[in-house]
Design a protein around this ligand. Structure first.
Ligand SMILES: C[S@@+](CC[C@H](N)C(=O)[O-])C[C@H]1O[C@@H](n2cnc3c(N)ncnc32)[C@H](O)[C@@H]1O
Length: 490
């Protein structure tokens, strides 16, 4: 069923302002920045969480001034300036705190929340920061680093595990000792229960056996839940590194290179597991103890569960980068780890994929019956109508995406207190051969609610987002992402 054709109607000035970046100015030059000071101020604030207000460093004031300048300029000309957040914040070490513990797809560039969370217009010390699509927890870690509290939701169990590990300080020797005990027990274990069958083709018998024994022995180990999380994450990392998948491709495809694993024996896979534990636990030990229990993460669907986690009006700030419509394969990219952690069906990840927004496939009944909402902005319905002219199934996929995102906003926005900010970070997609400004459509959906006022739009050129997939020749990877800041008015 095609969507109703929408009459042409002007979109709000602010959202239309997020136009092509060629028209925009390079912002970094306008904004005073000192890279190393920004990084250090974040660490100071982390150490000062207990002490409260002292955590607002001079650099935070500087960032707030930069923010004010951006808002003034945007309000004056309605254009989205290009901000080079890397230049603004400066180089950050690759192994900073726990940021690098897992290569989660499409992680947010941490410079963006590093900058925004330090601006006092957006959050003050101790504020609750909500990321309803938290993925691997980039925003959560940045938020607690700045002295805020944080809550994250995600439907991908591996994302939730990574986020939990990312935000909990723990001395390295706890997990290292538990891992040694786990390996000892795994070696002694006889005939463990077989894991999901879809996993078998990805491993040599030796790698498969080691993972089978480790995952069977893990539930029997009595350890602190934080230690268990680190061990589970290390299993997920081994699930990829010990597999035959091509690690250069974001989703599992069999490597065409000569097998790295043909010659390896059990002892080498156990050693590889211990190396993963070592890396993860050392990262956890870099977090200051004072950050413990400042953030929480839930395996939950933003469309249903936000109120249970963040009661209405309790979040001072929402910062989130939602899933892209069918361009991102979060669950599939993590399928081996999810399989070994017992989070999949026997045949794979279909159920988990169905539970998340931005699906790649619909069932026949879903393609036939589109969700069309009367309160959608006309730009959304007219975009869907144009996509429908090129491809009915793709249009159906996007109609479901926008309906899901509308429900996500209905779930998340009430969590924000009046005066709080909603920061949306999103980009464009290529759909059936044409670019769709998904970011602007999502922003229009937020603006059309009536309780949010657009304060600022800037754009950032994407260089590092992973898992931006190419669909044949017609879909270039996403090149810019836009940052929309809304203020909650009532
Ligand atoms: C762009 S990623 C977020 C990446 C994150 N900012 C990071 O740095 O790792 C979007 C996330 O939304 C999650 N997601 C999809 N549908 C969801 C839903 N209904 N509720 C909560 N999370 C969902 C996906 O699993 C994915 O982790």
């Amino acid at each position: 069923m095609p969507p109703p054709r929408a009459p042409r109607q002007a979109v709000s000035r602010g959202v239309r302002g997020a136009g092509p970046t060629e028209e925009s100015r390079a912002y970094a030059a306008l904004v005073p920045s000192n890279a190393s000071r920004i990084s250090r101020s974040w660490e100071w604030s982390a150490q000062d969480v207990g002490a409260g207000a002292r955590s607002r460093s001079r650099q935070a004031t500087r960032q707030s001034l930069s923010y004010e300048l951006m808002v003034k300029q945007y309000q004056a000309d309605g254009r989205a300036a290009v901000v080079d957040f890397r230049a603004l914040v400066g180089p950050l070490p690759a192994d900073e705190q726990t940021h690098g513990i897992y290569p989660y797809p499409a992680r947010l560039l941490r410079h963006i929340p590093r900058f925004l969370l330090g601006c006092e217009q957006l959050a003050v010390a101790d504020d609750m920061v909500l990321d309803p699509f938290c993925g691997s927890g980039t925003v959560l870690l940045e938020a607690i680093g700045w002295g805020h509290r944080a809550t994250g939701l995600d439907t991908n169990p591996l994302a939730v595990l990574v986020s939990r590990v990312k935000i909990q300080p723990l001395q390295a020797h706890h997990a290292q000792q538990a891992a040694a005990e786990l390996v000892k027990r795994a070696r002694e274990l006889r005939a463990p229960a077989p894991p999901a069958t879809f996993l078998r083709k990805w491993y040599t018998p030796s790698a498969y056996g080691v993972l089978e024994h480790l995952t069977a022995a893990l539930p029997e180990l009595h350890v602190d839940p934080r230690v268990r999380d680190q061990l589970q994450l290390s299993v997920a990392l081994l699930a990829d590194s010990a597999s035959n998948r091509d690690l250069r491709v974001p989703v599992p495809v069999r490597s065409k290179l000569p097998s790295r694993h043909a010659e390896l024996d059990n002892a080498e896979y156990f050693a590889a597991f211990l190396r993963h534990v070592d890396r993860v636990s050392r990262a956890g030990a870099r977090l200051p103890e004072v950050l413990a229990d400042r953030a929480q993460v839930r395996l939950a669907d933003v469309r249903q569960a936000v109120q249970l986690v963040t009661p209405p009006g309790t979040a001072g700030l929402i910062i989130t980068s939602p899933p892209y419509g069918s361009a991102q394969k979060y669950v599939r990219s993590c399928s081996l780890g999810l399989g070994w952690l017992g989070e999949t069906e026997d045949s794979g990840t279909a159920l988990l994929e169905r539970a998340s927004i931005g699906r790649e496939h619909l069932r026949a009944s879903e393609t036939a019956a589109w969700p069309v909402r009367r309160n959608w902005p006309t730009t959304v319905t007219s975009t869907l109508a144009k996509v429908y002219e090129r491809s009915g199934p793709r249009a159906a996929l996007y109609a479901h995406y926008f309906a899901d995102m509308a429900d996500a906003f209905v779930g998340a926005v009430p969590a924000l207190r009046v005066g709080g900010r909603f920061v949306l970070i999103a980009g464009a997609n290529t759909v059936a051969g044409k670019q769709v400004a998904t970011h602007a459509l999502l922003a229009e959906m937020l603006a059309s609610r009536g309780d949010l006022r657009l304060e600022l739009v800037v754009s950032n050129r994407i260089r590092s987002r992973q898992l931006l997939t190419k669909r044949g020749r017609s879909a270039p990877p996403i090149a810019d992402e836009y940052i929309y800041v809304f203020e909650k008015r009532h």
